[in-house]
Structures are given as structure tokens and as C-alpha cells.
Design a protein around this ligand. Structure first.
Ligand SMILES: [Cu+2]
Length: 493
């Protein structure tokens, strides 16, 4: 965060300068290795390597990260303007870099399940794509971590992407990007705490019976609870609360915050005492009109863009509403010019999160050409002590890579998802976006996303148009769930 108060233009220039710096160092490395031949230099260079990251004074962790920093560099791309990116892998394991939320091809998307080639250990890959759609996206590793808590998204391989729209009304003074992410993961057998912030809270009796009886049966056989993951440190932009630069603001400013939950496994909340969030986009996609909320909830992989009017001078903690997580670092100080003192936290009143409030309240979406039913279920501790996850009774097999659903280009499909577990699943569809059409029994329209949380024992329906041919991965964005079965492939006929 800059110490002074840069204008939007200065920020753009700074972003350009950072991109330029990456460009220069990349040229040098290419010359050193003389591997590029006559190839033109790439627009961006991302280098995957294990590096020390300082979360707080005297708290340094060694993680795999992009360009030696966490989060990875902010990439500001232009919608429709082709870019080339060189991705170097300085580790000993094959990597995948996924362009989350973008409509790219399978050769670029960064999912081995779709056929994207790996970035080989100690090797590199050049990719080229046309950024779209405009809005807040991100990039992250997409390899299976399994029981390895230094791999996959347990590592530091997460970075923001902002795709500039062709025209931007920009009703704000400046932007601040915040990436929420935990470090120092460990396994536990505790069982996740049930979270009840989703609204409506309508559950389906049949799903509840199914989930609870499966769990009872497993425990009766003497099985322990499946592994969960907990964390030792919590950060925003890689710094624990109080350790990084505050967000310095002036009274009257309108700041557009771009929040990303970069966690491997956790759902996060965020509040700023005395302020409200005017949400303008979800997962980078504009909503029909701004909606003011007292706080935010973000599943893994979800993004919220919200304008905060700085009209309550002081020194505040913008932080997670979970006291334990905030006290272990999940927060950032917001400091008004001319104010000093200890940053203050005031717990907000409990607030729920209803995707429908961001809808346009308009006509029902068009009827789909076909509906796919999906039931999510958990087999407690069924695979080496890990919970095994199934979609319609099948856990995804990395050996067989068998597509489960078939679509035809141009048709509209509805996913009718039924969650027979008590966990919330932030489901994600690659290379497409979807429109929420029903959340826990409640009709919705006009909310386009690429990740959405399906509540415990709840139902959700989303529609997507099959408009980007090639294998398309669907999965839960919770690393521990996707790694143990919670994936399915769509193929185009
Ligand atoms: Cu899940």
C-alpha cells in the first residue's frame, strides 16, 4: 500500500511500472539461459519458486509463490487485447496455473483434467490468450495437494488479475486489492464447525436424513471424523493484522475494495466498524445496482468488489468477524489521515448473506434446454482418513478422467445441485460463468458468478450457456474436497 494517497492515474502508472520491471527481469533471465532464441519477450513473466514470505516481524514462512511475493503481482490486463505470459517453474514438481474466471481455451486454462499441459519441473511454458470477460479475476495453482500441505493452494500461489473493461465509469477515487489467505496449515480431526450465515436457511429434509444417517453409520463402525485443515497464521495481502502498511484514507474518499478469498479451504467474513460496503460486483461481474451490506462473506475463490465511503474517521480494523481468526492475523488497519491510536474493532451485528439480494428482481431467466441433477455426498474418512466426496455417487478418478456430463454448444444448461452434507461447498465452473437461478428454494436472476456457496443440506440451481468448447471442469473450490473426489468434467458433443 502506498504511503501517500495516489490518484487512480498514479496507481495505473505504478501497475505499469511493476509490469515493466517484471518484463525487464524476464528478458535478462531469457538471455542468461539463451533459451528464447528469436522469440519476442512475453508481456508478463510469472516465476514459481519456493521463497521466504514475511507474514509479520519474526514470522517468516517458506512457501511456493509467484515472483517471490505474496500475493503474486497484480496483473492489469485489457479486455480483448491478447497477452503472452511466460510461466517458469523453479520447483521440482509439475505445476498448473489456472486463470480463474476467464473464458480461455483448455490449452491455457491450467487444469490437467481438461488437458492443459503441465509446466514441467525446472522448465517453463509460454501461453497466449485474449483476456475476457472484464472484471476482477485471479490466478492460482491448480494441482492436487492431497495430503501434502505445502502443495496446491495451501502454498502461496495466488495472485489477482484485473481485466480493464473497454469503458469504465469509475465512480470512485481509487482501488485497493485485498487477498485473504491463511498460512501454516495443519491437519486436525476436529470436524468443521457448522456455519449458518447463508440465507435463506431452508434445508431439505431428505438431504439431511441422507447425510446424517451416512455419518452415523460411519461413526458406529468406529471411524473417526475425516481430516480437516486448520491454520497457524491468517493474513491480508500476506501480512498479519498490524504487521503491514495500513490502508491510509481521507475523509470523504470513495474507495473501491477488490476482495479475494485466496484460501485453500476456509470461508471468510469481513467487516469494517462504522462503515458499510456498497457491493458493485460479485466475482468481477457487475450487479444491476449497488447493494449496501454491513459485511461480506466469501467462499474460497469468491471475489467481492465494493465501494466504501470513508465517512467515519478513526483508526479501524477491517477484519474477519471470527475473533480467533482475526486475532491470529485476519485483518488490516484502515487509518484516516490525521488520526492515530490503537486500531479499533467493534463487532458488527450478526449478518447473513443472501445471493438473491444482489439480483435484479426481474423476470425469471429463460428455461434451460436441459437440467443436470447433481447430488453431493460425503463418505466420512473413507480414503486414508480423508473424507471422500461424491457427485451422483461417483468420486472423480484422476486415472480415468471420465466426463460425467455432455453438453452441446449454444445450449443453456441448468445445474440442480443438492448438497447431502452439512458442509458449505463453494462450487466452481471453469472457463464459463453461470447465473444463479434458485438459492435454497428462492428464485434469483441477474447474478453472474463463477463460484457460489451451496449451503449444508441445501439446494441451488445455476444456469450456464455452453459457449466455450472443450473439456470443462466443475469442482468444489475447497482444496480438501476437490482433491478427494469432488470434481466432474463436462464434455462438448
Ligand atoms: Cu466442498
Amino acid at each position: 500500500m502506498a504511503a501517500s494517497l495516489p490518484t487512480r492515474r498514479e496507481l495505473f502508472q505504478a501497475a505499469g511500472a511493476i509490469a515493466g520491471a517484471a518484463f525487464v527481469s524476464g528478458c535478462q533471465s531469457q538471455l542468461n539461459k539463451s533459451e528464447a532464441g528469436n522469440q519476442a519477450p512475453a508481456d508478463y513473466i510469472l516465476r514459481i519458486a519456493v521463497k521466504p514470505v514475511e507474514l509479520a516481524p519474526n514470522r517468516i514462512v517458506s512457501v511456493t509463490a509467484f515472483n517471490g511475493q505474496f500475493p503474486g503481482p497484480l496483473l492489469r490486463l485489457k479486455e480483448g487485447q491478447r497477452v503472452t505470459v511466460d510461466i517458469h517453474n523453479d520447483t521440482d514438481t509439475p505445476e498448473q496455473l489456472h486463470w480463474h474466471g476467464q473464458f480461455v481455451g483448455t490449452d491455457v486454462d491450467g487444469a490437467a483434467e481438461e488437458g492443459t499441459p503441465f509446466i514441467p519441473p525446472r522448465g517453463s511454458r509460454r501461453i497466449s490468450f485474449v483476456p475476457k470477460p472484464a472484471g476482477y479475476r485471479f490466478y492460482h495453482t491448480h494441482v492436487r495437494a492431497g495430503a501434502n500441505l505445502s502443495a496446491g493452494q495451501y502454498s502461496g500461489q495466488v495472485g489477482p488479475v484485473y481485466i480493464e473493461p473497454a469503458s469504465n465509469p469509475g465512480n470512485y477515487d481509487r482501488e485497493v486489492f485485498l487477498t485473504l489467505k491463511e498460512f501454516e496449515p495443519t491437519f486436525s480431526r476436529g470436524g468443521d464447525m457448522a456455519m449458518d450465515f447463508l440465507a435463506p436457511a431452508t434445508t431439505v429434509e431428505e438431504l439431511k436424513n441422507q447425510g446424517e444417517s451416512a455419518m452415523k453409520e460411519s461413526l458406529a463402525k468406529g471411524m473417526p471424523h475425516g481430516f480437516e485443515v486448520g491454520y497457524g497464521s491468517f493474513t491480508i495481502n500476506g501480512r498479519m493484522l498490524g504487521s503491514g502498511e495500513p490502508v491510509r484514507v481521507k475523509q470523504g474518499e470513495r474507495i473501491l475494495f477488490h476482495m479475494l478469498n485466496g484460501s485453500a479451504t476456509e470461508i471468510r467474513s469481513l467487516a469494517l466498524p462504522g462503515h458499510s460496503f456498497n457491493v458493485i460486483a460479485l466475482d468481477g461481474n457487475p450487479i444491476s445496482k449497488p447493494v449496501s451490506v454491513p459485511g461480506l462473506w466469501l467462499g474460497t475463490g469468491e471475489r467481492v468488489s465494493a465501494i466504501v465511503e470513508m465517512n467515519h474517521p478513526g483508526v479501524w480494523i477491517m477484519g474477519d468477524t471470527a475473533n480467533d481468526d482475526r486475532e491470529h492475523g485476519m485483518g488490516i488497519v484502515v487509518e484516516y489521515a490525521g488520526k492515530s491510536g490503537k486500531p479499533q474493532w467493534i463487532a458488527p451485528r450478526k449478518f447473513s448473506w443472501n445471493y438473491a439480494q444482489f439480483g435484479n428482481g426481474g423476470a425469471a431467466p429463460p428455461a434451460p434446454d436441459q437440467t443436470f441433477d447433481m447430488t453431493f455426498a460425503k463418505q466420512n474418512a473413507a480414503q486414508d482418513g480423508f473424507n471422500l466426496w461424491t457427485i451422483n455417487g461417483a468420486a472423480f478418478s484422476e486415472q480415468q478422467m471420465q466426463p460425467m456430463f455432455r453438453v452441446m454448444q449454444g445450449k443453456r444448461y441448468r445445474l440442480r445441485m443438492r448438497n447431502a452434507s452439512d458442509d458449505i461447498h463453494p462450487i466452481h465452473l471453469h472457463r464459463h460463468s453461470f447465473e444463479l437461478t434458485r438459492v435454497a428454494g428462492q428464485p434469483v436472476s441477474g447474478v453472474r458468478k463463477d463460484v457460489a456457496m451451496v449451503g449444508g443440506y441445501q439446494e441451488m440451481e445455476v444456469d450456464f450457456v455452453a459457449d466455450n468448447p472443450g473439456l470443462t471442469l466443475f469442482h468444489c473450490h475447497q482444496q480438501l474436497h476437490m482433491d478427494f473426489g469432488f470434481m466432474a468434467l463436462f464434455e462438448y458433443a
